[in-house]
Design a protein around this ligand. Structure first.
Ligand SMILES: *[C@@H]1O[C@H](CO)[C@@H](O)[C@H](O)[C@H]1NC(C)=O
Length: 470
């Protein structure tokens, strides 16, 4: 019966007419705040307590911000985010303007800003084909690049930034967009039509003809990065059940095998520059499956650059955006190996996609949008100990994670009755059991005990969560 209630609530309510924004159900419709100031720092501490490790919930910053921008961001980083990445300040262009010269002023500036906010810092990035210094690609040969240039750059940047880095994007965007299933790691990377796989003259000529540049970057990163830092391959258009995501696994396996980087140091960064339109984002179930596959290897998953572009900032689109944001966040929160979730750019007018894309959590006046309240609600709900929700942006038919929390195969997922019985981690059952003090005892999707140990009573916090309170 609980499953049925959940099905009704999460079903897409509007007829999926073409170009019509799906109507979604949100936590902010069901007892969680949708107005007012949002304070997340203590919620994030509670999320960390449940996860057993810090949950890094962040966004971008750069030393180039105006004082007006910086005064708003300072408030948002003191209260909302607990994690910061430089949008530009740590890229090769900024960090090695002439060959052999280490110039970490901007990158260190962002790290110091993070420290002053009591926030953590992640490194983005040591290798990318774009935003290069003017001396690159130039006339550097393949062997000079692999033997000298990349190791020197990766070493001086990673060493220079020291221990206060949670993760490094060691290589950024090295997989092609025209890949197909079954490609080897080399084929995946050779499919990329950019330097250094190709020469920089646009002729399509191969420059580095193997994966030695990737291995050079990773073996250097492994040597100089702090032992706790996750070392990532970071890319866009990934996270679904698709060929590019399959390539990420191929590349990761190759790095593990040929650069001798243990899986427990490796991560895939799912950039997630997506749009709030059907088919323009990954199903939560696909994200969950990819994260679980990485967990099975011992590797980490992270959402590194999430923004969700809108065709226009209508209320229906903003609600759809909130649902997708919530689903991406839940996919990470409920994964055993996802500890970093970065929202790319803090507010719409600071976003690289432009204010009209309305792709961030805060509007051009700096006010929280429905997505900001929804992510606050998802964090709060997770911190309270509640079990995982189905995807709200896609409806229950897409849900492969039953209320008990274990990921199931998609074949068993579409039936609401089998999904609750296939759970392996749900509490033993609704009859004859009692939840402990502070434990959950009800709410939509809950399949565990619905009565409480003596001395406590089951009280409804909101539609999704009831708790045994003394
Ligand atoms: C800094 O953040 C940590 C983790 O959230 C928290 O435990 C600590 O109290 C904070 N320190 C200050 C000075 O706010």
């Amino acid at each position: 019966m609980q499953s049925l209630a959940s099905f009704v609530l999460f079903a897409v309510l509007a007829a999926p007419a073409l170009a019509q924004t799906p109507t979604v159900s949100l936590l902010i419709d069901n007892g969680f705040p949708s107005t007012g100031t949002i304070s997340l720092r203590s919620v994030l501490d509670s999320v960390a307590a449940r996860k057993g490790a810090t949950f890094h919930f962040g966004s971008t910053w750069d030393t180039s911000y105006s004082s007006a921008e910086a005064s708003w961001t300072t408030n948002v980083y003191n209260t909302f985010f607990n994690h910061i990445v430089a949008e530009n300040g740590c890229k090769w262009q900024s960090t090695e303007p002439s060959r052999g010269t280490s110039s970490l002023t901007q990158c260190l500036g962002v790290q110091s800003y993070a420290v002053a906010r009591n926030a953590s810092f992640r490194g983005h990035n040591t290798f990318w084909h774009s935003q290069l210094p003017s001396w690159l690609p130039g006339s550097v040969t393949a062997s000079d690049l692999v033997t000298n240039v990349i190791p020197q750059h990766v070493q001086q940047e990673i060493q220079g930034m020291g221990s206060g880095v949670t993760s490094w994007d060691v290589v950024n965007e090295i997989v092609g967009d025209g890949v197909s299933n079954g490609m080897t790691a080399l084929q995946c990377v050779q499919n990329k039509n950019d330097w250094p796989t190709k020469t920089a003259d646009g002729s399509g000529t191969n420059l580095v003809t193997d994966l030695s540049f990737v291995h050079a970057a990773f073996s250097t990163a492994l040597k100089y990065a702090p032992a706790s830092a996750r070392l990532a391959v970071n890319d866009y258009n990934t996270g679904g059940n698709d060929a590019k995501t399959a390539c990420m696994f191929q590349v990761l396996a190759d790095i593990n095998a040929n650069a001798a980087v243990p899986y427990n140091r490796l991560a895939v960064g799912f950039q997630s520059h997506i749009s709030a339109a059907p088919g323009q984002f990954s199903a939560k179930s696909d994200l969950a499956n990819n994260f679980a596959k990485l967990a099975a290897l011992g590797a980490n998953a992270m959402i590194t650059e999430l923004d969700i572009k809108l065709s226009s900032a209508t209320s229906a689109n903003e609600r759809y955006q909130a649902a997708i944001w919530g689903d991406y966040l839940d996919a990470c929160l409920y994964a055993s190996n996802c500890f970093e979730f970065i929202n790319w750019d803090t507010r719409d007018d600071l976003s690289w996609i432009g204010a009209s894309g309305a792709g961030t959590l805060f509007d051009t006046n700096g006010n929280p949008k429905p997505a900001a309240y929804e992510v606050a609600a998802r964090l709060q709900r997770y911190a309270s100990g509640a079990t995982e929700l189905c995807a709200t942006a896609l409806g229950t038919s897409q849900c492969t994670v039953p209320a008990g929390g274990s990921t199931t195969s998609s074949s068993s997922a579409s039936s609401t009755s089998s999904s609750s019985s296939s759970s392996t981690t749900a509490p033993s059952g609704p009859t004859g059991c009692q939840s402990a003090e502070w434990g959950q005892c009800g709410g939509i999707g809950w399949t565990g005990c619905t009565s409480c140990v003596s001395g406590t009573t089951c009280q409804t916090s909101n539609a999704y969560y009831s708790q045994c309170l003394p």
